[in-house]
Design a protein around this ligand. Structure first.
Ligand code: CDP
Length: 216
């Protein structure tokens, strides 16, 4: 029997560093990389462009169904438009967490995510990679850090991008987003039963990457 294509799932809360860690692990192993959060951000953006409110589950799911999404090396495309920067705004992060509560929206994105499982392997980053989308992942990491450290990291990221940043507002936003992600009924943010906890308050990116690789 053919062996299934290996998946490494890296889940965790906002600004825990999972995107950077997952990308570097993928590069080291020569695996593909799935940024599942980008999909929810694209759905938030496309809905907004279509004049659909994020709370309208059915309309958002219908909108998601008709999207043409493409990931390049560095860019994300939505219906032939480069939306790489647009989806990274704080507003779209908030919108993503609102459209993500709808089971109908999550359902539309499920096969899209599972289809990205290709040889030689996939590193998938998100909230439900190890619990729902790839339950047979060979390695499930739950990457986290304290709220204060995550808010500080996000703050520094925004400053580095020359954007204005307000630490208290970022902290407040993270707390709201954490609560929404953990408390939703559909695919809430939880560590998989067979997951490995990686607490990164005192770990550099390189150390976190090495710990993931050591567990593989
Ligand atoms: O960059 P950040 O960690 O803040 O967010 P992200 O990974 O881009 O995801 C944005 C939002 O999409 C999250 O707050 C989640 O609500 C949602 N999401 C999800 O529900 N399931 C996933 N697999 C990935 C993201």
């Amino acid at each position: 029997m053919n062996k299934p294509v290996p998946v490494i799932a890296i889940d965790g809360p906002s600004a825990s560093g999972k995107g950077t860690v997952a990308q570097r692990v993928a590069t080291k192993l020569g695996f593909h990389y799935l940024d599942s959060g980008a999909l929810y951000r694209i759905v938030a953006l496309a809905s907004q462009q279509a004049g659909i409110v994020w709370t309208d589950a059915e309309a958002v799911a219908q909108c998601a169904k008709n999207l043409r999404i493409r990931f390049d090396e560095e860019q994300v495309w939505l219906n032939d438009a480069d939306v790489t920067n647009d989806i990274r705004s704080e507003a779209m992060g908030k919108g993503a967490s609102q459209v993500a509560v709808h089971p109908a929206v999550r359902k539309v994105l499920t096969s899209l995510q599972q289809n990205m499982r290709r040889a030689p392997g996939l590193v998938a980053d998100g909230r439900d990679m190890g619990t729902i989308i790839f339950p047979d992942a060979v390695l499930k990491i739950f990457l986290t850090a304290s709220t204060e450290v995550r808010a500080q990291r996000r703050y520094q990221q925004l400053l580095a991008k020359q954007q204005t940043a307000d630490y208290q507002a970022i902290l407040q936003d993270l707390l709201e987003r954490d609560a929404r992600d953990k408390n939703r009924a559909s695919a809430p943010l939880v560590m998989a039963e067979d997951g490995i906890l990686l607490e990164t308050d005192h770990l550099s990116i390189v150390e976190a990457v090495n710990q993931v690789l050591e567990n593989y």
